[in-house]
Design a protein. Structure first.
Length: 242
């Protein structure tokens, strides 16, 4: 298995939490399907090809992980949805959306040797514009690096891990020394899609799993984690998807 690390920056992103409607909170990191969609755009695959087609078969098997390299800025934006019926505006529905500003992520992909080679080429010269979240939230690729999967330890911050942290044995926080000051920011636990099916232009989840999104400011050590953990540039990560 080969792996690549994609360092990216973006002025603005938002990853809507699955059950939010009028007030759309954001996840702190892109979920697995967003990362897979990003890779599909680089490869020039349509939504149907990514989730249903033969050309997306290797992409659907890929492992993904994400790291925050710095804490993002946060804001709220009010928008209005216009509901049209019979060619006329029937209703205006305002909603609030959380935004992340000046994000700095490392996105990690692992899979079959040949496919990772194809993905490195695709990210270097993508076929479609690359965005995280909505289509207009474009990203800048800072670097593309093939990496070795070096064994790490289950001490995490600013990343996403599979499972519900509330059901894990946590040493909280992972103090560096007795004088350390710690900012306690809550983790986000969501039941997010891992795969979709696309029928008649509509996309619906066919597999979901709970994932814990850890903020950059909170470091935890997990006892008896039971999953592979890797290290990249001094930071630990694990695969979000099984």
């Amino acid at each position: 298995m080969r792996a690549l690390a994609l360092k990216i920056k973006a002025p603005q992103v938002s990853f809507r939490r699955p059950l939010d409607l009028n007030y759309q909170r954001t996840l702190p990191l892109p979920p697995p399907t967003t990362m897979i969609g990003l890779a599909g755009a680089a490869l020039g695959l349509s939504d149907f090809q990514i989730w249903n087609g033969r050309r997306g078969a290797s992409l659907r098997k890929i492992k993904v992980a994400a790291l925050q390299n710095s804490p993002p800025g946060k804001a709220k934006d009010m928008m209005t949805v216009l509901k049209v019926k019979n060619g006329r505006i029937e209703q205006r529905s305002p909603y609030f959306r959380e935004l992340l500003f000046n994000v700095d992520y490392t996105l990690i992909y692992a899979g079959d040797d040949g496919f990772i080679e194809d993905l490195i080429v695709a990210f270097d010269d993508p076929i479609y514009p690359l965005s995280l979240g909505r289509e207009d939230e474009l990203i800048e690729i800072v670097s593309i690096e093939e990496i070795d999967l070096v064994k790490g330890e289950p001490i995490f911050r600013g990343t996403a891990i599979p499972g519900d942290i509330r059901e894990m044995e946590i040493k909280l926080p992972a103090f560096r020394d007795a004088e350390s000051r710690v900012k306690l920011e809550p983790a986000v636990v969501e039941n997010v899609p891992l795969k979709f099916k696309v029928e008649e232009g509509y996309r619906s989840p066919i597999k979901k799993a709970k994932i814990t999104f850890l903020p950059y400011s909170l470091e935890v050590k997990i006892a008896d984690f039971g999953r592979e953990v890797f290290k990249l540039h001094g930071r630990n990560f694990t695969w979000m998807n099984p």
